[in-house]
Design a binder for this molecule. Structure first.
Ligand SMILES: *[C@@H]1O[C@H](CO)[C@@H](O)[C@H](O)[C@H]1NC(C)=O
Ligand SMILES: *[C@@H]1O[C@H](CO)[C@@H](O)[C@H](O)[C@H]1NC(C)=O
Ligand SMILES: *[C@@H]1O[C@H](CO)[C@@H](O)[C@H](O)[C@H]1NC(C)=O
Length: 626
């Protein structure tokens, strides 16, 4: 961010007395080579030392304008040697002069020493304890800093959720507001009854320069080295001064904090080694289905009500797998990159345009990162490959684009282990719509995304007051128990002869006819909901026809297009109830007299249309309330 320069201070000045003693007294002979080695340089998983894991996370991509390491006089030489071998600037190592625990300065004083001697008062500072063991693939330092920059009015403290066997009295515990991520209280090593929080804060903080300037004030007041821990400082900052500090939870634990013994080192070292091994995930695939609007569309974009059904006939499937590089794979048909000839390229481009699915994957990834970054949701530092396939016919309004976005979102949530708690189900449809509207300028309403997330037969109420108060509509699963429905579409839809509708503009202007029309769609939906619950199919058929008539009245024949009207006419001539399932290019129908279905099918086929018997996609059984 312009004007802010962020400096990293790595603390390795602690005196690990217990560990030193255990290693000296160990009789197994396994640890002879570790005698005198500082804790931060002990072996850690993946053939690295503990400090190497930090250095790898910190040195990537010029995240910091400078990096300093504060050590003690006792172990200085070890770190000097490490720095030379690890491409760390040796002149940036600061020696705090202490040689034993009894003359240690305390970590707050160590950081102040670095800031004072290197004149860093104008900088924001990231402080980490370089002798903690953690799983470095579990987060990306760039994303941590991103969150810090997005919340410029506060400092940032990293925390993790403790395992069930870790006692709270060994850590700084934070209470975090789950809405704002603000840390409301900091408790240094509390007894179990003092807090119900299991969120442990570790020495991993980003401080604004305003807060950095409070360090001398604190040191003035608290002079014993035991008071000069970051736990005590954070208590003062958060509980006494009420400084705004945000929390960001990382999906890795941090261990070997403070005075630990050889047993702790052994067991946590093998624990993190196991975790790293487990990480190789198998590829995962997720599907999202096409849908047909049963009633009320297109009022979803206008605070109306609709009923929509997801169908098993057509779907988009996205696959995610861990990979060395981050890759989005083009689909051989939808994102062509190889052509038979220039004239082949001409023909394909003419017919299909330039709108493949790759842009949908990319836009979803972009918005996903942004969503997580703004909410302080940490993502693991792992590359992946996304690929997709779809059999949803294009340009016939069956929600093919949003199906790809939906399936991509499911893959990303799965891969990064996000739950409905991180992105509530009620808000997922809006996320998908935002990908399409804000990133790709695709104009649409919420209904398709809602039914693709919830699946099955869904009643949706988008009444303005609901939308504005809760940020989403009310959604309800109805029993998927419908008469046989058919779908007709044009294999090669064309936009020619179809004019752009002015309904949205008229609605914005408050045109009475449009407002009333949208109200009428909502009323039809209420009636259809009752008819469906009562299995009253003849009423449902009448309502479908009314839905089409209302649409025709509002939009006019020119906007509906000749081909679409023709498909409607054929259905009507057989006495079928017909309407558009989406934005045009297809017709949804219900023929009460099934004995004539074969004849109707042939009639459509003669016109070059494709006729499909709809197979409803039932929702994965859970409880019915949404
Ligand atoms: C612990 O952190 C989670 C978020 O990760 C938060 O929702 C929860 O409220 C926190 N617990 C307490 C007691 O603050
Ligand atoms: C991700 O891929 C890029 C190259 O595309 C590579 O430079 C980077 O190291 C990879 N990150 C991880 C964590 O593997
Ligand atoms: C995924 O998250 C859940 C909690 O939401 C947690 O219990 C589980 O261990 C996590 N899995 C992985 C592989 O991180």
């Amino acid at each position: 961010m312009a004007g802010r320069s962020l400096v990293c201070v790595i603390l390795v000045a602690g005196h690990a007395q217990q560990l030193k003693q255990d290693i000296e007294e160990d009789e197994s002979g396994k640890y002879i080579h570790l005698k005198g080695v500082p804790k931060a340089l002990l072996p850690a998983p993946q053939g690295k030392r503990i400090l190497d894991h930090w250095w790898d996370a910190i040195k990537t991509r010029q995240l910091f304008s400078d990096v300093f390491l504060v050590t003690n006089a006792d172990k200085y030489k070890h770190f000097e040697r490490w720095a030379t071998a690890s491409d760390f600037p040796v002149e940036n190592i600061i020696n705090d002069g202490s040689t034993i625990l009894d003359n240690a300065l305390g970590s707050v004083a160590d950081v102040e020493l670095a800031i004072r001697t290197k004149n860093l008062w104008e900088n924001d500072i990231l402080v980490v304890a370089g002798d903690m063991l953690f799983q470095d693939s579990k987060f990306d330092m760039a994303q941590v800093l991103d969150y810090f920059y997005r919340t410029p009015e506060g400092d940032l403290a990293i925390y993790y959720e403790m395992g069930s066997l870790e006692p709270t009295f060994s850590r700084g515990i934070v209470e975090v507001c789950s809405k704002t991520n603000r840390i409301t209280k900091f408790l240094e090593k509390p007894a179990p009854h003092e807090t119900c929080s299991r969120n442990a804060s570790v020495v991993f903080y980003a401080f604004r320069s305003e807060t950095v300037s409070r360090l001398p004030v604190y040191l003035q007041e608290y002079r014993a080295s035991t008071q000069r821990t970051f736990g005590a400082f954070m208590q003062w900052l958060i509980n006494d001064l009420k400084v705004l500090v945000y929390g960001m939870k990382l999906p890795t634990g941090f261990q070997l904090i403070g005075q630990v013994g050889l047993k702790d080192y052994e067991s946590w070292n093998s624990y993190f080694a196991d975790q790293a091994k487990k990480e190789c995930k198998a590829p995962r695939s997720h599907r999202a289905y096409a849908r047909v609007g049963i009633m009320g569309n297109p009022s979803d974009g206008f605070f109306g009500k609709t009923i929509s059904l997801s169908i098993a006939n057509f779907w988009a499937e996205v696959t995610i797998k861990a990979s060395a590089k981050l890759r989005l794979l083009p689909h051989p048909l939808n994102d062509p990159i190889d052509f038979g000839s220039l004239s082949d390229l001409y023909g394909i481009s003419n017919k299909e345009g330039y709108l493949g699915g790759l842009r949908l994957l990319q836009a979803t990834c972009k918005k996903f990162y942004h969503f997580c970054a703004t909410r302080g949701i940490a993502l693991t530092r792992q590359n992946f490959t996304l690929s997709y396939d779809t059999n949803i016919p294009r340009q016939v309004g069956l929600a093919g684009s949003s199906a790809i976005v939906t399936a991509t979102l499911k893959c990303l949530m799965d891969f990064f282990n996000l739950s409905d708690h991180d992105m509530p189900k009620t808000l997922q449809p809006q996320f998908i719509l935002d990908v399409e509207k804000e990133e790709l300028r695709i104009n649409a309403g919420l209904q398709d995304r809602v039914v693709q997330i919830y699946e099955g037969l869904v009643y949706m109420d988008f009444t303005r007051s609901l939308m504005e108060s809760q940020g989403h509509g009310n959604y309800e699963h109805l029993d998927v128990d419908l008469p046989p429905l058919f779908l007709v579409y044009l294999p090669n839809p064309s936009d020619s002869g179809k004019i752009h509708s002015d309904v949205a503009a008229r609605w914005e202007r408050g045109d009475d006819k449009v407002l009333e029309g949208m109200k009428k769609f909502a009323d039809l939906t209420e009636e259809a909901k009752t008819a469906i619950k009562n299995h009253d199919w003849s009423t449902l058929a009448d309502l479908m026809n009314s839905n089409f008539e209302m649409r025709r009245e509002l939009y006019g024949d020119a906007a509906l297009g000749v081909d679409n009207l023709k498909m409607i006419e054929i259905g009507c001539s057989f006495g079928a109830a017909v309407k558009f399932p989406g934005s045009g290019g297809a017709v949804l129908g219900f023929l009460n007299d099934q004995s004539r279905m074969e004849e109707l099918r042939h009639r459509y086929q003669q016109e070059g249309c494709v006729v499909v018997d709809i197979i409803p996609k039932k929702p994965v059984p859970k409880n019915n309330s949404i």
